[in-house]
Design a protein around this ligand. Structure first.
Ligand SMILES: [Zn+2]
Length: 404
């Protein structure tokens, strides 16, 4: 077993979640009694480059990543975030007509469309089927994986870019070195690369162990990001913490020595001091196991009193939580989803039936567990508006109950 980035072999186990099915492999009636494949799910820490990562990676083809296509435009928080980020990039880097910008992992074009009123030259790259939505919006988009080879083509056809963004791509992409080499090749000398990832400090402090699933290959601290860019002759010159996905880190990187390193970098490094240590990971493991027991005890207790409990949502992260806590249909009667392609299927591993969201309003179970806890502020008012009157359980970090 070697580090995905530096090939080091001093890997320390942060959290071993056991064997889990692919997080988006929802089962139809026919597949319910057939064999399911479970893969090891273990986060390890590289003592050399400080990166937290999965110990082994699963073939992306086995992960059903394109079955339940996520559209950026469906996430209101992200839409606003992308809009503000582009406004800011235009001002800070004085982007003018015909300046060239690229978005890697451009999804449905939610970020890039903010440049359109400014006549900036835009290009999206996204390997998933959702790229066609972006193309329909009139955003030039290449429907492929971004790597060094594609970067060479882009360079030949479009030239170098002033700004390259890549939000939420660093955790997922398998060939990270090829991605960063491609970015570096395409950046103008003073160009800036902006990337955002779920932040390890939030994951550890807020016990977000359900962010660990096979699609997420790496979990970044700022220290690990700095080391990573350094390997490619680049500097992280600015960093900030954002609220996305329950806590993310946004970093600005450039070719070595081009931009002055801002105080924000030292400030955040100070905040994460002690994070990348065996003691901190040992403590994280202990607290994750405690919160798992508390959640199971709470559900068992309610069940023994005769209450009905269901789950709200079936996001990828819920597969980790349900399988790790061994929460099956004895504890949750069913799950509800607004994504119709998941309705009438069963959750991976735990086989809990999924219904359309209207079911919980008709049925009025006494308790409902909020599985996409990271967007609870967005979902709870919607569910209340639709007429659900029961109590809502927030599973993470400490299981807590919101009264009706
Ligand atoms: Zn390493």
């Amino acid at each position: 077993m070697k580090c995905q980035v530096c090939s080091g072999n001093r890997l320390y186990t942060v959290l071993d979640l056991g064997h889990h099915p692919p997080s988006d492999d929802f089962l139809s009636d026919e597949r319910l009694n057939k064999e399911e494949i479970f893969y090891p799910l273990k986060a390890v820490y590289c003592e050399d480059c400080k990166l937290v990562q999965l110990s082994n990676t699963v073939d992306p083809k086995a992960l059903f990543t394109d079955h339940y296509v996520y559209m950026s435009s469906s996430n209101k928080v992200f839409v606003k975030h992308a809009n503000m980020l582009v406004d800011r990039l235009i001002k800070e880097y004085n982007l003018k007509e015909n300046d060239f910008v690229i978005d890697v992992g451009s999804n449905d074009g939610t970020l890039l469309e903010n440049y359109i009123p400014h006549n900036v030259k835009i290009l999206g790259v996204d390997p998933s089927s959702v790229a066609k939505v972006s193309i329909e919006k009139g955003i030039p988009t290449i429907n492929e994986f971004f790597d060094e080879n594609l970067a060479k083509d882009i360079l030949k056809n479009h030239g170098k870019a002033k700004i390259i963004t890549g939000l939420n791509v660093f955790a997922h992409v398998k060939e990270l070195a090829s991605l960063i080499n491609g970015v570096k090749m395409l950046l103008e000398d003073s160009g800036v690369f902006i990337t955002e990832s779920h932040y390890l400090l939030d994951m550890v402090e807020k016990l977000q162990y359900d962010e660990i699933y096979h699609e997420h290959l790496r979990y970044y601290s700022l220290e690990a990001l700095i080391n990573l860019f350094k390997r490619f002759g680049m500097d992280v010159f600015h960093a900030e913490r954002t609220q996305n996905q329950g806590g993310s880190i946004l970093v600005f990187a450039c070719k070595r020595g081009v931009h002055t390193i801002k105080d924000s970098v030292a400030t955040i490094l100070e905040q994460e001091k002690g994070l990348n240590t065996k003691e901190s990971f040992e403590n994280f493991r202990k607290r994750v196991n405690e919160t798992r027991i508390k959640l199971r005890n709470l559900l068992h207790d309610l069940k023994s009193k005769g209450h009905r409990i269901i789950g709200i949502g079936a996001p990828a992260k819920s597969t980790t939580l349900l399988n790790f806590c061994k929460i099956d249909s004895n504890l949750l009667d069913y799950l509800v989803e607004t994504n119709m392609s998941k309705a009438n299927k069963y959750s991976p591993g735990m086989h809990i039936k999924i219904f359309d969201e209207s079911e919980m309003v008709k049925d009025q179970p006494e308790y409902a567990v909020m599985l996409p806890w990271n967007i609870k502020d967005d979902i709870i008012p919607k569910i209340r508006n639709k007429g659900y009157k029961g109590k809502i359980i927030i599973p993470i970090p400490e299981p807590s109950v919101i009264e009706s």
